[in-house]
Ligand binder design. Structure first.
Ligand SMILES: Nc1ncnc2c1ncn2[C@@H]1O[C@H](COP(=O)(O)OP(=O)(O)O)[C@@H](O)[C@H]1O
Ligand SMILES: [Mg+2]
Length: 306
């Protein structure tokens, strides 16, 4: 199946000579949630602004649902909804009018039943006659999503949807995004919160200094780059790691009461059995043990440092 978004050899040099994107290649599949993860200034907003036709590319080719974003601008733009990073909501307009008007901007005929559905899905129906400026912060965020969905786009971009948002609203947003995906909408969100990518994404692309340094299924990323850790709380203090274990990836805690064994989560766990057998042979008893997998955060920090 053709990808919903296809980006080939895309570069962007801003007017002041700053190169914000360097030879980006990326495909987004229909119906997935793709998280573009990267620190501030990495180029996330630049990339999605180009795909959405707001910023001009310097070179390269971008297609949305098969339509070239420059040669076939109108068709490309119709397939896309964008919830921008900056909310622009100091308006006297009512919720209903703003969302209906937004649909008109994409050349779509009025469809009150769709606007009604969008407002109901986003819990804004009760506020449809209220002025935008009177809404709470959370409602304004929802309104931005309603506007982005007004013309029934196949692809929805959310630029830092939960930056500066409280925990409860963040959960709500995640819930909404999942519901949209269930309805077949392709979702691309940018974030600098690793937690968000870990919670939401089917696939993750990591961007740094204008370059995509990795694109991977979330699950595969976690097993491929993840580590597991086994911690053993000892009955008796050890002064140093016994000679029999010096070739194993084992560390001793500062207080001498804990052994920490780190292993690759892809490898089979033969090493753990071997470790426990050796401890048994040496007469080293332990009170308790736990295993732990590395989080995406640890993987990410490792990647960005490489
Ligand atoms: N209009 C512009 N002119 C010059 N530089 C820009 C412009 N917009 C963004 N930049 C620079 O491009 C880089 C990427 O910005 P941006 O795409 O907003 O990153 P992100 O969204 O990942 O935080 C930053 O260094 C930023 O300062
Ligand atoms: Mg940004």
């Amino acid at each position: 199946m053709q990808p919903d978004i296809s980006v080939k050899h895309l570069s962007k040099v801003y007017g002041d000579g700053f190169q914000a994107l360097k030879d980006i290649n990326l495909e987004i599949r229909r119906g997935e949630i793709f998280a573009l993860l990267g620190p501030n200034g990495a180029g996330k907003t630049t990339l999605i602004s180009i795909i959405c036709g707001i910023v001009n590319p310097s070179s390269g080719e971008v297609k949305a649902a098969g339509h070239d974003i420059i040669k076939d601008y109108r068709m490309a733009r119709r397939t896309i909804g964008l919830v921008p990073q900056e909310l622009n909501t100091d308006s006297f307009e009512t919720v209903w009018n703003a969302v209906s008007f937004s649909r008109g901007l994409f050349g779509k005929p009025p469809k009150p039943a769709h606007i009604e559905k969008v407002l109901k899905d986003l819990s804004l129906w009760g506020k449809r006659n209220n002025r935008i400026m009177s809404l709470s912060g959370g409602m304004k965020r929802r309104l931005m999503i309603a506007k982005a969905l007004s013309h029934e786009p196949q692809i929805l971009f959310l630029d830092e949807p939960t930056a500066g948002v409280d925990v409860e609203l963040r959960r709500d947003m995640w819930e909404m995004v999942r519901k949209l995906r269930e309805h077949g909408v392709t979702i691309i969100l940018t974030t600098h919160y690793i937690e968000e990518a870990e919670e939401m994404a089917d696939r993750i692309g990591v961007i740094r200094n204008g370059e995509i340094i990795l694109v991977e299924d979330k699950a595969r990323l976690m097993t491929k780059l993840g580590k597991k850790e086994l911690r053993l709380q000892l009955q008796q203090k050890l002064d140093k790691i016994p000679g029999e274990l010096t070739l194993e990836p084992v560390e001793l805690s500062d207080d001498g009461y804990e052994l920490i064994y780190t292993f690759d989560s892809q490898q089979e766990q033969a090493g753990v059995a071997r470790l426990l057998r050796t401890l048994g042979d040496l007469g080293i008893d332990y009170r308790d043990l736990q295993t732990r997998e590395s989080s995406l955060e640890e993987i990410f920090v490792g990647l960005v440092h490489e």
